[in-house]
Design a protein around this ligand. Structure first.
Ligand SMILES: [Zn+2]
Length: 104
């Protein structure tokens, strides 16, 4: 019985650790996505000579001729990113609304 209890405890602990790691991995992946979008947005306006425009997600990703070939969405819930112009370059926001999904 004690052995079984130990096993259950260990499983719960393992689950907790895995659960945490997954959330952190999602946050890290989301931030990496946003950095890619930020870089792509800067490249886009420079290369297209559209310094005063704000590219949309469709301008930047999801096609063979785009800076990012795949559609980037938040790994947490698949929500889309919003690109806006900040004081100092582009600001990318994650649509999931997770407070940890922000560019540092
Ligand atoms: Zn996100």
């Amino acid at each position: 019985m004690a052995k079984l209890l130990k096993l259950v405890c260990f499983s719960l602990l393992a689950l907790t650790v895995v659960g945490c790691g997954r959330k952190e991995a999602q946050t890290a992946a989301c931030i990496a996505n946003m950095k890619q979008l930020q870089t792509a947005a800067e490249l886009y306006v420079t290369q297209k000579g559209k310094q005063n425009s704000t590219p949309t997600l469709k301008d930047l990703c999801g096609g063979p001729d785009k800076f990012i070939k795949v559609d980037l969405t938040c790994p947490k819930d698949g929500s889309h990113y919003q690109i806006s112009r900040g004081v100092d370059g582009f600001e990318i926001k994650c649509g999931s609304g997770d407070p940890e999904h922000v560019l540092p």
